[in-house]
Design a protein around this ligand. Structure first.
Ligand code: NAP
Length: 339
């Protein structure tokens, strides 16, 4: 007996912004789990901006995706066959074997890359790829550990309507912040303001961003949560308060660049304003996980933290979902539903 899986692969490494020509669907026949193995049907898979870094063919801190092979990334699914006593048919799990409908793999191998059993009774399964997963922990670690946020401060967030950004905004609001969000459409800004954000600025229509932020936060910015880079970093620097902190989480505006871009022309302000600018990677902040997850349940139950999501259906749309991270044609966490 074999099981058929459809998979999404890279046909070629994208040049600049990824296009549909860069992706390739394949079909593989999978054997059901043998001893020590599990077979998993993926129900949800995540697309995340960091995956663009694995599409360059160059080894960075993580190996590039192999052309013609199913890509990898966070996925949530259910076990359909098990040859391992600790994993039962029907169990919900999270693995890094996304971009495919189903797979069989040894449990020992899966454990090396984030195998996690999930309780989907209180939290919807797909939230483990967003607010209750890597993007949520990124938001928490960036705001509190890197940004050193203290209750009552003013927080500026770029990419504010995205998976990470919308979590930062809601966490900060729940903890007494004044929050200014930067997002790419009026619809996104409306959603942010309806979820407590004090001022959401559509950076595409705002004109002079430094002035727009100053108008929204005349008291200045204490913590800037950076998801985008470029002009937004420059405008944020102009508005930072003395001893402000910048948590550099991502700079998505540069991920598709083919050539280096000029840096912000006002970096010198870091000195006069005695700013702290620190980059971070969530995997280095796993120690925050117990603290974050203990707060998550009550915050979600009270409605102070919600996951907004955009869902495309079918593995055939996974490439499209990924491309939407870069054209902004989505709200909140971008997900692909596979079943
Ligand atoms: N350091 C870490 O460990 C870590 C972990 C997770 C994520 N990240 C980073 O966090 C950031 C957000 O990730 P996410 O998963 O939450 O993605 P996301 O914000 O849900 O999706 C990406 C959003 O970025 C904005 N964007 C895309 N291209 C842009 C451009 N050229 N200029 C301005 N805005 C652009 C778009 O929103 P608009 O329509 O509002 O422009 C788009 O919806 C990314 O930079 C990512 O790399 C870092």
């Amino acid at each position: 007996m074999t099981i058929t899986s459809r998979n999404m692969c890279l046909k070629q490494y994208p040049k600049g912004t990824p296009t549909s020509d860069d992706f390739l669907m394949t079909t593989t026949e999978i054997k059901p789990a043998g001893k020590g193995e599990i077979t998993v049907q993926n129900h949800w898979m995540s697309v995340d901006p960091y995956m663009r870094g694995r599409m360059t063919g160059i080894k960075t801190y993580i190996a590039p995706f192999e052309l013609g092979q199913p890509m990898e990334g966070g996925a949530v699914g259910q076990i359909t066959h098990s040859g391992h006593p600790d994993y039962k048919v029907g169990d919900w799990i999270m693995t890094m074997l996304g971009w495919r409908e189903t797979f069989t793999a040894p449990v020992d191998t899966l454990k090396k890359s984030m195998l996690q059993k999930l309780d989907v009774n209180m939290i919807p399964a797909q939230a483990f790829l967003g607010v209750a997963g890597m993007p949520g922990l990124t938001a928490y670690a960036g705001l509190y550990k890197v940004g050193e946020y203290k209750s009552g401060e003013t927080v500026l967030v770029s990419g504010a309507a995205g998976a990470v950004g919308s979590t930062v905004c809601q966490l900060a609001k729940a903890d007494g912040a004044t929050v200014i969000g930067l997002a790419g459409s009026d619809e996104k800004c409306k959603w942010l303001e309806s979820h407590g954000v004090d001022h959401a600025i559509n950076y595409k229509t705002a004109g002079n961003l430094t002035k727009a932020i100053k108008k929204a936060a005349p008291q200045g910015i204490d913590v800037y949560f950076e998801n985008v880079g470029g002009d937004m970093l420059e405008a944020a620097l102009n508005n930072m308060n003395m001893f402000g902190r910048i948590a550099a989480c991502g700079m998505i505006s540069q991920y598709n660049n083919e050539a280096p871009t000029p840096g912000p022309n006002n970096l010198v302000m870091i000195i006069g304003k005695s700013l702290k600018l620190q980059g971070f990677i969530v995997s280095n902040h796993q120690d925050c996980a117990p603290e974050y997850f203990s707060k998550l349940g009550p915050l979600m139950a009270s409605g102070k933290l919600v996951q907004q999501e955009t869902i495309l259906e079918g593995i055939e749309n996974a490439g499209e979902a990924f491309m939407r991270l870069f054209d902004g044609n989505k709200q909140g966490k971008m997900l692909v539903k596979l079943t």
